[in-house]
Design a protein around this ligand. Sequence first.
Ligand code: COA
Length: 176
Amino acid sequence: MAVLERLRPDHAPALLAFERENRAYFAARVPDRGDAYFEEFDARLRELIEAQEAGEIHFHVLVAEGGEIVGRVNLVEVDADAGSAELGYRLAEKATGRGLATRGVREVCRLAVEEYGLSRLTAVVTVGNDASSAVLARAGFGAVGGMTLDGEPCTAYELDLTTVRGLSGGSGSDRP
Ligand SMILES: CC(C)(COP(=O)(O)OP(=O)(O)OC[C@H]1O[C@@H](n2cnc3c(N)ncnc32)[C@H](O)[C@@H]1OP(=O)(O)O)[C@@H](O)C(=O)NCCC(=O)NCCS
């Protein structure tokens, strides 16, 4: 079973393989990363790790047996004062349809509360990406409005982490 790990420098080769192998699958659903992303992968990863150490982002990978990366679940635009961040995720095509994205998102919601001190997550999904909308709905997100991103109609979602049962640290938790 894949385990969620915080992104580290030594994930680099497996992460690049994941992005390369699934590039066409992702590009059919979300904007393509572009050739420069792959050419400058190592330098960009170093910048991400620095931003992560500064608390600006929190990146996670889903690691299968043997070290293969089969997904990523990321928090960007972290605003420590507002207690908010934006959620993004993508799964290897071969790992989809088994609830793995839902499990990864739920785990990152728990980390958002317990480790990162956040109280609200946002996400944006292109209209028609029903698998992604289903993941958010099952994690407790609600649609809060429409918008256009890169010319595509999208739906904005939000999750108030303080109201999600089973996540510690929130006023909605029954735990002491
Ligand atoms: C979106 C994505 C992360 C879903 O991953 P996943 O591991 O298959 O997700 P899960 O198995 O946890 O849940 C998917 C749910 O959507 C449903 N689903 C899948 N395809 C669907 C479709 N075309 N229409 C409606 N529902 C669909 C599945 O049946 C499942 O629900 P169920 O378990 O109740 O049946 C994956 O498809 C992906 O990486 N897509 C490309 C990148 C992307 O779109 N990222 C999100 C950007 S907002």
